[in-house]
Design a protein around this ligand. Structure first.
Ligand SMILES: C[S@@+](CC[C@H](N)C(=O)[O-])C[C@H]1O[C@@H](n2cnc3c(N)ncnc32)[C@H](O)[C@@H]1O
Length: 343
């Protein structure tokens, strides 16, 4: 696994990002950083791709080759961060705190955040845990790691220091050795983009290292739109099929993860963590709608004409403040049997 370290609180490294980037200006920075060759306007920076014939409806920042994994636009991650923060299951924090408080040694927590994106999980969780923390942020996308390092959390709930380093690599190939000394593994909006064997590898790494895991915001495959429309169910079904393409787990991820951790001796708890989007979240809702319908049409191209009409109506209702959307997710806490190796 490649490894890059970044000092917390430092200026943004000269490359690849602009200087003096703040969390709030991630979108502007990304705009500035469009890759050479990317056509302005050809990619909607968020969940909703602008589909061209034959193009995959993935969340993309810029053009990638056919074998390259999709890349996530920092604007999209920024847009969803407040809804994610409001949705995550607070009920899982107390059992987690108890486990962490009972860890041997008092050297501080070492937390690995897998598929960290721009680091929203750390910004949410670090100030909710006591004690010094060192976060190791993993992602395969160096561009996102760059934003994560710059906008890292600084202090814990009790004011203790929080430090951060970034590691570039494939989290689906994590080993127990890579988690040696880890107090906790976290992830957010990651499990549903993995395959069964990748989640099994992840569960084996966590349980092998005796490390608890807080894996938040996996899609549940259910959405509710108010007012309802006869096409809601059809789009949902096509979207879910799209999520399951090429062996990805999509809405099955949470069940597979529960099984994978339980079979390896962990105690597993799952709580709901739905996005509840109203007029105050219109920008996120609109972008989510574009991505949701776009993926459904990619999966079932015969829906295209009706889906375009549906999308326009939904966007108009959203803009008028007349649409409410609940997107169901699940959070999972897996408490592995301690092996004595955790810090
Ligand atoms: C939906 S984004 C979520 C990002 C972040 N956790 C958040 O909640 O905002 C999924 C992230 O996982 C990363 N990712 C997906 N599969 C990965 C893999 N196999 N190895 C490393 N990173 C991966 C992507 O690059 C992306 O940053």
């Amino acid at each position: 696994m490649n490894r890059t370290s970044t000092k917390v609180g430092g200026k943004i490294p000269a490359q690849p990002g602009p200087r003096e980037t703040k969390v709030g200006s991630v979108a502007a920075a990304a705009q500035q950083e469009s890759a050479p060759g990317a056509t302005p306007g050809s990619v909607i920076p968020g969940a909703g791709p602008a589909l061209r014939p034959g193009e995959r409806a993935t969340v993309r920042l810029r053009d990638t080759g056919p074998d390259e994994p999709p890349r996530y636009a920092p604007e999209w991650l920024e847009l969803r961060e407040p809804a994610d923060a409001a949705a995550r299951a607070h009920e899982l924090l107390d059992p987690l705190r108890i486990r962490l408080a009972n860890l041997p040694g008092k050297a501080g927590l070492v937390i690995h955040d897998l598929g960290c994106g721009t680091g929203s999980m750390g910004r949410w969780l670090a100030p909710r845990l006591d004690g010094a923390q060192h976060w190791i942020l993993h992602d395969r996308d160096p561009y996102l790691l760059h934003f994560a390092a710059v906008a890292s959390p600084r202090s814990a709930a009790d004011g203790s220091r929080v430090s951060v380093e970034t590691r570039r690599g494939d989290v689906a190939r994590l080993t127990p050795d890579a988690l040696a000394g880890a107090s906790l593994v976290t992830a957010s909006a990651l499990l549903d983009v993995l395959k069964r064997e990748e989640i099994e590898t992840l569960a084996a790494a966590c349980t092998g290292a005796g490390c608890p895991a807080l894996l938040t915001l996996s899609v549940a495959g259910r959405v509710e739109l108010t007012p309802s429309d006869p096409m809601d169910a059809e789009i949902t079904e096509a979207f879910n099929a799209h999520q399951r393409r090429d062996g990805l787990l999509g809405p099955d991820a949470i069940t597979v993860a529960c099984e994978a951790f339980s079979e390896r001796g962990a105690t597993v708890r799952v709580n709901p963590s739905a996005w509840r989007l109203g007029p105050g979240e219109a920008a996120l809702t609109a972008q989510w709608l574009r991505g949701w319908v776009g993926a459904a049409v990619e999966q079932r191209p015969e829906l295209k004409q009706r889906a375009e009409r549906y999308l326009q109506q939904r966007l108009a209702a959203c803009e008028a403040g007349e649409l409410r959307v609940t997107v169901h997710h699940s959070d999972l806490l897996a408490l592995s049997r301690p092996t004595g190796g955790a810090s």
